[in-house]
Design a protein around this ligand. Structure first.
Ligand code: G1P
Length: 297
């Protein structure tokens, strides 16, 4: 059976986006018309994912409300004949089954994924970080390609990578150590390192928030000590799976499927502008507005 299960960690505190995230999850911030997490779910559902386990945490309950069916709103819109607005709620009825559990302590991304183990058990699964969108309007096929690659190779770890153009940015991401020179979009992974110093980075390929794992990841997560920032790092557990002889595959994101990282204001603002400009109804008007404004400055 194809991989149809995804774990979506959404428990991070979003402190780099304060005060916007003081009383709402960063995953619910709008990018254009939709909250970030809606794009993530659409991307997964397009890739064939049918079951999503969110790893939530304190203050994240609006994510559950969002994917629920709001019968009262539907009734109100129907009564007042607002069919266009009703159509915006069609996502409530997509074929995905949602489950939620909470990471009760902030012990890091690796720990958040481990919290999913009692639900996932011994199945392979996709892991998609809830604060990153891949591709404009989430129109990326990366997860589908990763699942295909998993089925072909039965690797233990498959990771999407974004090529960083600015080498100084390696300090913010997990970084790939490929086996040999990378001549192809799909390559073998020797190892990985979490947020290395610029002069210690083994490549400029940054972990881009999408993974496919065999259940071997849980065995390692259970014994992964705290690493960078005092947190249990997913990257450290992946490195250990590979060190034990597990197979790792990297897939480079195509240039036309960039990653939008909603973890800091700089990339949040850029993502918002890109998505708003791509809006079929309001994009062209916004472009005229921005051009006029920028011409004046
Ligand atoms: C996490 C991971 C890192 C990865 C990044 C992608 O970091 O630890 O390896 O590159 O997500 O978004 P965070 O952004 O939580 O600091």
């Amino acid at each position: 059976m194809s991989v149809d299960l995804a774990v979506v960690p959404v428990a991070g505190l979003g402190t780099r986006l304060l005060p916007a995230t003081k009383s709402q999850p960063k995953e619910m911030l709008p990018i254009g018309r939709r909250p970030v997490v809606q794009y993530v779910v659409e991307e997964l559902s397009r890739a064939g994912v049918r079951r999503i386990l969110f790893i939530t945490g304190y203050g994240k309950s609006s994510i559950e409300d969002f994917f629920d069916i709001n019968q009262q709103l539907i009734t109100n819109l129907r009564r007042s004949g607002k069919e266009d607005q009703l159509a915006e709620l069609a996502f409530e009825r997509n074929e995905v089954e949602y489950a939620y559990t909470r990471q009760r302590e902030q012990l890091g991304l690796g720990h958040a994924v481990l919290v999913g183990e009692p639900f996932v058990g011994s199945q392979p699964f996709v892991c998609a970080l809830g604060d990153s969108i891949i591709g404009l309007q989430a129109k990326s096929r990366i997860v589908e390609r990763m699942i295909e690659e998993f089925e072909r190779t039965k690797a233990d770890v498959i990771v999407a990578f974004e090529e960083l153009t600015n080498p100084a940015e390696v300090v913010h991401y997990g970084i790939a150590q490929p086996k040999g020179p990378v001549t192809n979009d799909i390559f073998e992974l020797e190892s990985l390192v979490e947020k290395p110093a610029v002069d210690e980075a083994p490549s400029n390929l940054a972990v881009a928030a999408r993974y496919v794992f065999s259940p071997a990841i849980f065995d390692e997560l259970r014994r992964t000590p705290r690493g960078k920032g005092g947190e249990i790092q997913l990257t450290d557990a992946m490195r250990q799976v590979l060190a034990n002889g597990g197979k790792g595959i990297g897939i480079r994101l195509p240039a036309d499927e960039p990653r939008f990282d909603i973890g800091n204001f700089e990339s949040y603002f850029q993502a918002f502008v890109d998505f708003a400009l791509a809006d079929p109804q309001f994009g062209p008007g916004l472009e005229t507005y921005l051009r006029k404004k920028l011409d004046k400055s």
